[in-house]
Ligand binder design. Sequence first.
Ligand SMILES: NC(=O)C1=CN([C@@H]2O[C@H](COP(=O)(O)OP(=O)(O)OC[C@H]3O[C@@H](n4cnc5c(N)ncnc54)[C@H](O)[C@@H]3O)[C@@H](O)[C@H]2O)[C@@H](O)CC1
Ligand SMILES: Nc1ncnc2c1ncn2[C@@H]1O[C@H](COP(=O)(O)OP(=O)(O)O)[C@@H](O)[C@H]1O
Length: 293
Amino acid sequence: MPEPTCFENTPELWRASWPRLAVDTHKYRRGHVAVFSGGLASTGAARLAARASARIGAGAVTVLSPPDAILVHAVHLTSIMLRKTETVADACAFIRDRKVRAAVLGPGFGDDPKIYALVPALLDRRRSGEEFHGLVLDADGLTAFEDNPDALFQAAEKKGANALVLTPHEGEFHRLFPAIAEDTGLSKLDKVRAAARSANAIVVYKGPDTVIAAPDGRVAINMNGTPLLATAGSGDVLAGMAAGLIAQGMPAFEGAAAAVWLHADAARRFGQGLIAEDLPGMLPEVLRALAKE
Ligand SMILES: NC(=O)C1=CN([C@@H]2O[C@H](COP(=O)(O)OP(=O)(O)OC[C@H]3O[C@@H](n4cnc5c(N)ncnc54)[C@H](O)[C@@H]3O)[C@@H](O)[C@H]2O)[C@@H](O)CC1
Ligand SMILES: Nc1ncnc2c1ncn2[C@@H]1O[C@H](COP(=O)(O)OP(=O)(O)O)[C@@H](O)[C@H]1O
C-alpha cells in the first residue's frame, strides 16, 4: 500500500512535531523570528505578524525596519525588538549574528526592489547562517514576483536552500501561478499540489478551504475555517504564526498546517466582532485547549 499523501488538517497531522519547552531553554533557543517592515505609512502589518510569532511561542521576535519607520514602531513595540535595517547585507548579518530561525517578508512591505536580492539571500544558507530554517513569503512579497516567478522558484530549488513557505490568497495565487490557476481541469487540491512542486515551496493557498501542499506531494485540507477571518490583516497574523512555529523547530509543512488550524481556532473562539489585532491575544486560550486534547 502506498503511503497516504492527502490529509485533513487536524492536530493529529502535526502534533508529533509540536515544539516542547526544555527546562534549560532560553529565549533564542526557543526560536528567534525576524519580521521585515515596510516604510513609514505601512508598518501595521509587520507588527501584526510579529505579535503573532511571539504569542505562538517564539522566544524572541525582532521587527527589521527601514530608517523612516523606526519611530512609528518604537512607539508601538514593547517586548518585540526593533532593528534598523537598510540593506540586504544588514539583514543577513543580523539574521546570522542573532541566530534568527525564521523570517516573515511581505506584509506591508510595498514595492521596494530590494526584495529581489533579499529573497535569494534569505534562501541561501551561506548568507542566512546555519540556524535559519525558513522564510514565510506573503502579500507584497508574493506580488513582487508576478512578472518573474521563476526567479523565486529557482532560488528555492538550489541545493541546500532554506525552506520557503508561500501564503497566497486567490489573487496572489493567480499572480504567481497563472497557468495553474487558469487550468479549469484542476481542483483546488490539484492546483496547490502542482504549485508546490513548481515553486519548490510549501504553498498555503488561503480561502474558505485553505489547502497546504509540500513539493513532495503531501497535501492537507483545512476544515475549521470561518468567514470571521475575512478581515484585513488576518493573513499577516497567519504568516507570523507560521514563522513562529518554524522558528521553534517545526518542519515547514507541519508548521504551516498547524498555523492554519490554530489561526481558525482563534477566530472561532473569539467570534463576532473579530479584527486581526484580536487573533494573537486568543492564542494562549487556543494553546491551552490544544494541550488538554
Ligand atoms: N494593517 C495593515 O497594515 C494591513 C496591511 N495589509 C497589507 O496591505 C498590502 C496590500 O494587501 P492586499 O491584500 O489589499 O493586496 P492585494 O494586492 O492582494 O490586493 C487585493 C487585490 O487582490 C484581489 N483579490 C483576489 N482574490 C482575493 C482574495 N481572496 N483576497 C483578497 N484580495 C483578493 C482583490 O480583488 C484586490 O484587487 C499588503 O502588503 C498587505 O500585507 C493588509 O494585510 C491589510 C492590513
Ligand atoms: N470566507 C472565508 N472563510 C474562511 N477563511 C477565510 C475567508 N476569507 C478569508 N479567510 C482567511 O483569512 C485570511 C486572509 O488573509 P489575506 O487575504 O492575506 O488577508 P490580509 O492581506 O488582509 O491579511 C486567510 O487566512 C484566509 O484563509
